[in-house]
Design a protein around this ligand. Structure first.
Ligand code: ADP
Ligand code: ZN
Length: 592
């Protein structure tokens, strides 16, 4: 069979995407490869296809069990013999796989990096015919990256133990420095380097200042994504639970996910999310790494991520099926203070030294007024044109600024008059003339600033304080006490004007809901029926629904409504193997 026949038969795709074929060819030629391609770009195909044209087994090193598990299930669903070895399996199962390997019956073997330090496993590898190694999530090799893993460092042993066997390394995110690091640490030999554009054109990126706890903004956003799958990232375990409860109270199917839950609970939530039984997962960053659910329609950050690498990976989990998806980042100046405190507390490592710079890049991105996609690409040393219509800054470049010099002076004055000894909420309460006990006890109702700020809501005052923090007019001291800087004193005197984007003073509405652009005229009713059938087949087979067919496939099915096998093979993502397994059932539903 030719490359293209395999592409159609086993993967159900009509053509290679740009760059895929280049990598496939390099692997077939026996070259080392280093590919950097954004999430959803189609990296897995680049190594899953060539192994089918080569003798021997491909050994894939991947950091996460859940990811391996899904990949193996997806491959098997396509009729490709794949297996994984992990510490979670029992002896019996492991022995079975080892025997199948020795008989040469397995084309793709997934393992965690730590297994390679096991001499028993290495001797097994030496007995096999390995066509090439794959290092997935290769950025974990680099200390300059954001997810350095100790057991990835030892992967340099591969070239020493198997000098003749090529290595293909893949990652979604790598700056130039990280790319060099990967090549050096793995000992790649003149690798074929393939770098895709980082531009994810089906993601519309929004970043906004959080108003209060951001829940109004969150609800507003979710109302436009009714029934769609999404992830909400928050900073702490506690906040995952409280946000999840809040959403449940609003009738949204949400579940919290964090490291403090039992493995059983985590697995259940993960499984229910993948099976579309839970709409929204509210998670700490523990969730979603390596998740292979293609129909995640939105990713929301309730606080500022530590680095652009993290952020880009996290939003990258949306829209892997290529359909329109949205991301929303909510952040405030308090987040920056908090992140800095986290970094301060770290032990002295190379990572810590870079952490401040990385955080600053993240802050610049969040506050930035240029194209969001361009700004991410630039961070990864990639130059692209402004997206024009896939980010908030391009969609509404002239976001109105309003003058808040007077308000800023009132706030600074109130802070000065309470001797810079109180937290922000207290000071704002004074400005708004609160009758709170503590204020009266302290006699602060007699201050000249008492009650002069009732023209702004509390939330608006917090936004104004944020702006003053960003400008460097205020700083936060110990015990979250707000203090004026030298620049703040200038502002207080009235020599410096202060402006703010008008939207930061109101609870904004997010951009209008955008329609799915791929198969606009698909039939919603039929689509829902197809979805039901897919769920049924998935639960009968104990696999996630998207492994049966992706959302994109279902939409294409409901648009084309094929009546024959030939027509069905024209549908996105349906090849011979998929047809044999599920084709009849779907034909019957469409025309039975
Ligand atoms: P990555 O590993 O780069 O994040 P995946 O390998 O998971 O990306 O692929 C993302 C999606 O793109 C999958 O749904 C996959 O089926 C689809 N895909 C990959 N290659 C092609 C292709 N040549 N044509 C159409 N769809 C493709
Ligand atoms: Zn843009």
């Amino acid at each position: 069979m030719s490359k293209r026949q395999i592409l159609e038969r086993y993967f159900g795709h009509k053509a290679f995407r740009p760059l895929q074929e280049e990598v496939v060819d390099a692997i077939l030629e026996g070259e080392d490869v280093l590919m950097i391609l954004p999430t959803g770009g189609g990296k897995s195909l680049c190594y899953q296809l060539p192994t089918l044209l080569m003798d021997g087994v491909t050994v894939v090193i991947s950091p996460l069990l859940a990811l391996m598990h899904d990949q193996v299930a997806a491959l098997r669903a396509n009729g490709i013999s794949a297996a994984m070895l992990s510490s979670m399996q029992d002896q019996e199962e492991i022995r079975h796989i080892e025997e199948a390997l020795e008989r040469g019956e397995i084309k793709l073997l997934y393992v965690a990096p730590e297994r390679l330090t096991n001499s028993y496993f290495l001797s097994l590898l030496h007995r096999l015919k390995i066509n090439f190694f794959v290092i997935d999530e290769a950025h974990c090799v680099s200390e300059w990256g954001h997810e350095f893993r100790e057991n990835y460092r030892r992967l340099d042993l591969l070239k020493r133990a198997f000098p003749e066997t090529p290595i293909a390394a893949f990652t979604a995110t790598a700056t130039q420095a990280v790319e060099e690091d990967i090549a050096a640490n793995l000992g790649l030999r003149a690798p074929k380097r393939v770098r895709g554009s980082l531009f994810r054109e089906n993601l519309t990126i929004h970043a906004r200042h959080r108003i209060k706890d951001g829940r109004e903004q969150l609800l507003d956003f979710l109302q436009q994504h009714e029934g769609e799958s999404g992830i909400i990232y928050t900073l702490s375990r506690k906040s995952t639970e409280s946000v999840a409860h809040f959403l449940q109270s609003k009738g949204i199917e949400a579940r919290a996910y964090h490291a403090g839950l039992s493995t059983e609970e985590k697995n259940r939530t993960y499984g229910d999310f993948v099976a579309d039984k839970v709409q929204v997962v509210v998670a700490t960053i523990a969730f979603g790494m390596g998740i292979d659910k293609s129909n995640i329609r939105f990713v929301i950050h309730m606080t500022l991520p530590k680095t652009i690498e993290n952020y880009y990976q996290e939003i990258g989990r949306a829209g892997r099926d290529g359909l329109e998806s949205e991301t929303l980042l909510l952040f405030s100046a308090q987040d920056i203070v908090q992140q800095k405190m986290f970094i301060e507390a770290l032990p002295e490592t190379p990572y810590k030294a870079h952490a401040f710079n990385k955080l600053e890049s993240m802050v610049r991105f969040a506050n930035g007024e240029g194209c969001r996609h361009q700004s991410i690409a630039a961070y990864f040393d990639d130059r692209i044109e402004p997206c024009k219509e896939k980010c908030d800054n391009c969609l509404t470049p002239e976001r109105n600024k309003v003058d808040i010099t007077t308000a800023a002076r009132k706030l600074l004055s109130a802070i000065a008059r309470t001797e810079q000894r109180f937290g922000l909420h207290y000071v704002v309460d004074i400005l708004r003339g609160s009758k709170e006990q503590r204020i009266l006890q302290n006699g602060h109702d007699t201050l000249s600033v008492y009650g002069i700020g009732s023209d702004y809501s509390k939330a608006q005052w917090l936004s104004i304080a944020d702006k003053l923090l960003e400008m460097g007019a205020l700083q936060i001291g110990e015990f979250k006490v707000y203090k004026l800087t030298a620049f703040g004193i200038e502002v207080l005197k009235g020599t410096e004007p202060v402006t703010i984007r008008e939207e930061r003073l109101r609870v904004e509405k997010s951009a209008p809901k955008r329609k799915v652009t791929y198969f606009d005229d698909y039939d919603v009713e039929i689509y829902d029926k197809l979805k039901q059938l897919r769920s049924q087949i998935a639960s009968e087979n104990g696999i996630p629904p998207y492994i049966v067919f992706s959302d994109k496939t279902l939409k294409d099915l409901s648009a084309k409504q094929p009546a024959t096998k030939e027509e069905m093979l024209e549908v996105h993502g349906i090849g011979e193997v998929k047809f044999e397994r599920y084709g009849e059932a779907f034909l019957e539903l469409l025309h039975g």
